[in-house]
Design a protein around this ligand. Structure first.
Ligand SMILES: [Fe+2]
Length: 314
């Protein structure tokens, strides 16, 4: 047995406080913007396509943000794809196609725009028709911690597309909808009443951006892995790190929305959505906001404190 004060000093380091008090942007890279187009899941063989920013993030395995990894899964008719990952939380959204997922002896049938969550475990996904799934999990967080998930915190949960649309329509038809920041439904699980999120880590929003409207800027410390479900040309998001006195985003970067495509909103960045197309558009941001809320660090802010920042372009 090694038992010496001297032996255990080899890994210890010391820095003057100001040198490393905030390593973000230095040793710790900032979260990059990502842009992942639908062609990734529309061509080629059945496979998992990680939306991988791990090189920019300096993560040792595929990651789209420090805590999460988003993927497209392409499955051609009659084929199947298996997913095995060390994660506490998995979310699947059906971009297109019909099929069935088997996990732990249970089966889940799915159709377009269904969303379902799975806890730790493997699954096999079989497609009846040409299919694509958006799969987000928290394996990068577990890799960072050096832990293995072994205790499911929830059971598989299905959010059927007809239920999502019914709930969204209720919100849209509410007379107060015009004065709200956005027309959206947050998906939750009855087991997580403190965070009101789909899993302990993941947060999911199903929303519509009405034609001719703007959702004025807001920001939060969670990273958003944004899937655009459907849109016409003319929808976009402006993103930036600060606001001017009038509440406009300074030095904004524009992310043009594309059907069945994804992009990343980095933590703390202000972002505003614009729909200058002639049709309503739907979006599904997935965030690590369950974890951020548990940590009391979500820190969400709106450009107008009363949240009345959903306005018409007309
Ligand atoms: Fe947001």
């Amino acid at each position: 047995m090694t038992d010496s004060r001297d032996t255990w000093t080899t890994d210890a380091r010391y820095f003057e406080y100001s040198k490393v008090v905030n390593p973000v942007g230095h040793q710790t890279p900032k979260c990059p913007l990502g842009d992942f187009e639908h062609c990734l899941h529309e061509e080629g063989e059945s496979r998992i396509i990680p939306l991988d920013l791990s090189a920019q993030l300096k993560c040792p395995a595929p990651a789209t943000s420090p805590n999460l990894c988003a993927n497209f899964i392409r499955i051609t008719p009659g084929q199947q794809v298996a997913t095995t990952v060390n994660a506490t939380s998995q979310l699947f959204f059906v971009i297109r196609g019909k099929g069935r997922t088997e996990t732990n002896g249970e089966a889940i049938s799915w159709t377009p725009h269904d969303l379902f969550t799975l806890p730790v475990g493997s699954a096999t996904h079989r497609a009846e028709s040409d299919a694509a799934l958006y799969w987000v999990h928290d394996a990068p967080l577990l890799t960072y911690l050096g832990v293995r998930a072994d205790a499911p915190r929830f059971k598989p949960t299905m959010y059927r597309h007809e239920d999502e649309d019914r709930e969204l329509k209720k919100v849209q038809d509410d007379p107060r909808a015009a004065s709200r920041n956005r027309i959206s439904v947050l998906l939750a699980n009855k087991n997580f009443t403190q965070t009101e999120t789909v899993t302990p880590v993941l947060w999911a929003m199903y929303g519509v951006l009405l034609t001719g409207t703007i959702q004025l800027p807001h920001r939060h410390q969670s990273v958003a892995l944004d899937l655009i479900i459907d849109c016409q040309p003319g929808c976009y998001t402006l993103l930036g790190e600060s606001l001017d006195k009038e509440g406009n985003i300074v030095n904004s970067v524009r992310a043009d929305w594309k059907n069945a495509s994804a992009f990343v909103t980095p933590p703390g960045w202000w972002h505003a959505h614009y729909n200058e197309s002639g049709a309503d558009a739907h979006l599904l941001p997935i965030q690590d906001a369950g974890l951020q809320t548990h940590m009391r660090t979500l820190d969400i802010h709106f450009v107008h404190p009363n949240h009345e920042s959903h306005i018409s372009l007309k």
